[in-house]
Design a protein around this ligand. Sequence first.
Ligand code: ZN
Ligand code: ZN
Length: 151
Amino acid sequence: MQLITSLASKLQADFPAYTFTASDTFYWSSDQAQIAFDSNSEDTAALLHELSHAVLAHAEYQKDITLIEMERDAWHYATSQLAPRYNVTITDSMVQDALDTYRDWLHARSTCPQCKATGVQTKADQYKCIACSTKWRVNEARVCALRRYRI
Ligand SMILES: [Zn+2]
Ligand SMILES: [Zn+2]
């Protein structure tokens, strides 16, 4: 059995409140209490990360900055609580790489298309520039974790 599949069946036994489902990607669905994992990968750290979102009861978010906090919290929980218990290695650089993806994404979304200043998020799907007052809409987030949270 693949490493990730055997970890998932252990987790399923230890966390019966959630459904672990083999998929082609990783995500946590709070609506369905479901944790999907890429059964063709060996990324056991990502699986523990998704479980951390579940245990921390992460659900909808309104502001992008909240999402970054959720990501940081989920990695912290995965690293400090789950990794030692399931004998999975999660290095600091793995965590920083994952968080960088979100920081880049946030930077791209919050940059004013008109003057390149940094905007403030006024709604889940809208930013406003504090320098030139331009408003712009942003799509629902697409990177990694984002699809699991409905705005
Ligand atoms: Zn601007
Ligand atoms: Zn995440």
